[in-house]
Design a protein around this ligand. Structure first.
Ligand SMILES: [Zn+2]
Length: 316
């Protein structure tokens, strides 16, 4: 009986998390009032001057956490893993961050949402965006419940959405598609979380950067089918920590980046980045930066030129 009650409570919790979390119904995006409120109260003392972008791929071990700061907003894409939280805390403190206006969670794997508990406990979080696809992961259910308790708005992102990061800097979402979100929200759907990652392009004047979460060839193909002409970007965040199952030649040719940034932990169990992907990057003569070798990788831009400044070493 106790077991039955446990299962019932578990299902109830899941349903509550789903119904109250990042909805994907029309109109669930941020309101103008929310956007201006989050921008108005300032995020930290370290924010750049107007007309400048400050972006850091944080050195947070085997996971992703990318800090984006404009003169108006602080945004974090992914939060790395639970056991990398000390690194996340120290990197955010080093950057002088106290408040994060927008947290974008690409997909519910632990190496992307594992730092949410820390963020919600120790930092002020304005709003959260995810892919709107239900997950049964404990971490996912946990953060959605915490968002509800704290009254933090949560929105689902899908292809075609555009987020405003302030100061004329925007984020154009390419995936997942509305159909994928709809399918993924149905009972019995066989999930492929990497290929349900929120992907998109930050645009600031002539500088742009493509963010891919853990998207693999399958999601790259669906982006190519719908957005081939929009994918070109100055810099690429390699999909799935430089895995050979991502960064296909056809995708790289569409993005045409000058540099590629890879987030991975030193000596990680997966062998990331894979030599096959590195070979493809080298064949296109891309400047390659890796967090395990270069530490935190910083990009600054004025909307025209940009500089990549690794904490250690140089491009490979
Ligand atoms: Zn990952």
């Amino acid at each position: 009986m106790r077991k039955r009650i446990g299962i019932f409570l578990g299902l109830l919790l899941l349903a509550a998390a789903f119904l109250s979390g990042c909805g994907n119904t029309p109109g669930s995006g941020p309101s103008a009032a929310q956007q201006s409120a989050s921008a108005a109260d300032g995020s930290s003392s370290s924010m750049p001057e107007p007309g400048h972008l400050d972006l850091r791929m944080l050195n947070v071990g085997q996971g992703d956490a990318i800090l984006i700061q404009t003169s108006e907003q602080t945004v974090l894409i992914d939060t790395s893993d639970v056991d990398e939280r000390e690194k996340l805390r120290s990197e955010l403190q080093k950057a002088g961050v106290r408040k994060i206006d927008k947290v974008i969670l690409t997909h519910p794997h632990a190496d992307h949402i594992g730092g949410m508990e820390l963020l919600l406990k120790e930092f002020q979080v304005g709003e959260v965006y995810d892919n709107g696809i239900l997950s049964t992961s404990k971490l996912y259910i946990g953060y959605r419940k915490a968002l509800k308790t704290k009254g933090i708005p949560c929105h689902a992102l899908k292809a075609g959405d555009v987020l405003d990061f302030g100061d004329h800097i925007s984020f154009q979402v390419f995936a997942p598609s509305a159909e994928q979100v709809q399918k993924g929200s149905k009972k019995g759907y066989k999930h492929d979380p990497n290929n349900e990652s929120v992907t998109g392009k930050l645009v600031f004047g002539t500088f742009s950067m493509m963010f891919t979460g853990d998207a693999e060839t399958k999601e790259e193909e669906s982006m190519l089918a719908r957005y081939q002409k929009d994918l070109k970007a100055s810099v690429l965040k390699a999909g799935h920590h430089g895995s050979k199952t991502s960064s296909s030649n056809v995708f790289l040719r569409a993005v045409q980046p000058e540099a590629v940034l890879i987030s991975c932990g030193a000596g990680n169990d997966y062998g990331h980045p894979h030599k096959e992907a590195m070979k493809r990057f080298r064949a296109l003569k891309l400047k390659i930066f890796e967090t395990d070798k270069n530490g935190t990788i910083r990009i600054t831009s004025d909307g025209q030129s940009y500089q990549i400044q690794p904490e250690e070493g140089g491009a490979q």
